[in-house]
Design a protein around this ligand. Sequence first.
Ligand code: HEC
Length: 193
Amino acid sequence: MKRPFRKALLLMLLVAPVASCRQDMYDEPRYEPLESSPLFDDGASARPLPPGTVPVGHLRDDDHLDRALVAGEPAPDLPLTLTPELLARGRRQFNIFCSPCHGAAGYGDGMVVRRGFPPPPSFHQPRLRAATPGYLFDVITNGYGIMYSYAARLKPEDRWAVAGYVKALQLSQHARLDDVPESERPRLTEGES
Ligand code: HEC
C-alpha cells in the first residue's frame, strides 16, 4: 500500500468510533410528535398555547388601525397620515388585488368582469362616494356579498392605503379645477398640443 493511502485508512479507522457518537444524539430522549407523556395531567406531550399567546409582531390591539373602530363606533377617518407614499402604496395594492374586478378606475369593469364575473358596483355611484375610508376598510377586511375577504392578503396598513386610494380615485372622477392648487395647474395641460 502506498503511504498516503495507508494514512487515509488509519484516519478513517480513528474517525469511525467518533462518528458513531452521533447515534446517541439521534436516540436522545425526546417526544415524537403527539406522543403521550406521563408528565402532564391530560397525558399529552404537545402542550396547548397559554391563553393570550400572540406570535411576535402579530399583536393587533389597535381598534382604529386594526378594526376601523373609534370608541366602538365606525371610524370616520384614517388612522394613518395620508402621505403621497401611502397613496402610492394604495395604488399598487389596488391595481394588484382590486382592479381585476373593479377596473383600474373603479367603474366595476375589470378584466375578470369582462370575462363573465358578476360586475361589482361602480365606486363612482353616490352611495359609495359617500362611504368613509373605514367602510372601505371593513369591506376589504370582511368581504361583501359575493366578494370575499382580503384580510389574509392585505395587512391592515395596506387596507387603509387601498381605502385612501379608492377615495382618491373617487375624487379624481369628480374633481374641479378649483381643487387643483394654482401652482399645479400648468401640469394638467402638459403634453397637450
Ligand atoms: C373577484 C372580484 C373582486 C375583487 C378582486 C374585489 N372585489 Fe370588491 N366587489 C366585487 C363584487 C362582485 C362586489 C359586489 C358584491 C355584492 O354586492 O354581492 C364588490 C363590492 C365591493 C364594494 C362595494 C360594497 C358596497 O357597499 O356595495 C367595495 C367598496 C369593494 N368591493 C372594494 C374592493 C376592494 C378595495 C378590493 C381590493 C382589495 C376589492 N373590492 C376586490 C368583486 C371583487
